[in-house]
Unconditional design. Structure first.
Length: 215
């Protein structure tokens, strides 16, 4: 079952074995977030283009990462990055990060959703990190309603979700080996999840337990 949505923010030339492991895990992957340089970067990167092609050939969605700064970035800048992801890496989905959760910013994301659909952007993931206003369910395919540590995830469940018609995803880091994050995600209504051991400022430089190659 394809239940893993994996943000993996390492360069394929630096971590080739880890990218090989991701491709090998294709039957479990709903999607992989491609993030060459906190976005698509300033020029095409052939290493990322190659790994994106391998993932697509293995029937894995490739989601281009774009930061929206909670609705503060100019729409034109975000749209330019969306187009670069599509043109350079042939992404078939979008992962918008730092997405606002309140109703006041919804119009900004509705316009971005229209732009994504116009570009043939495929799957649209909005990473709120918390439960957003239900209106966001009308413009996205996946809402990330939790991002944080395993300790927080266990202690403080995500706020209840009252919307319908969209898949939920939980992203959890600092997860110890043996922790059953998949079961807890299902219990809390998330069809998709990612649970990694990474800590600190760059937890998404590690792969989920069970996917990482042997040392």
């Amino acid at each position: 079952m394809k239940t893993l949505l994996v943000p993996y923010y390492e360069h394929p030339a630096v971590r080739p074995a880890e990218w090989d492991a991701l491709v090998a895990a294709a039957p479990r992957l709903h999607g992989v977030v491609l993030n060459p340089a906190s976005g698509p970067g300033d020029r095409p990167d052939p290493e990322f283009a190659a790994v994106a092609a391998r993932l697509r050939a293995a029937d894995v969605r490739v989601l281009g990462y774009v930061d929206t700064a909670y609705g503060r970035r100019p729409l034109g800048d975000v749209q330019d990055e969306l187009a670069r992801h599509r043109d350079w890496f042939a992404t078939d989905g979008v992962f918008l990060d730092q997405v606002a959760a309140t109703e006041g910013e919804f119009g900004y994301y509705r316009r971005l959703s229209t732009a994504v659909r116009g570009l043939g952007g495929g799957t649209l993931v909005l990473n709120h990190g918390t439960a957003p206003h239900p209106s966001y369910a009308g413009v996205a395919d996946v809402l990330v309603t939790f991002e944080g540590t395993w300790a927080t995830y266990r202690r403080k469940p995500p706020p209840p979700w009252t919307g319908t018609g969209v898949s939920l995803c939980h992203l959890v880091h600092a997860v110890p080996a043996g922790a059953d994050a998949a079961a807890l995600a299902r219990e809390r209504g998330a069809a998709l999840f990612c649970a990694v051991p990474g800590t600190g400022d760059h937890p998404w430089g590690t792969l989920p337990h069970g996917l990482a190659p042997a040392p």
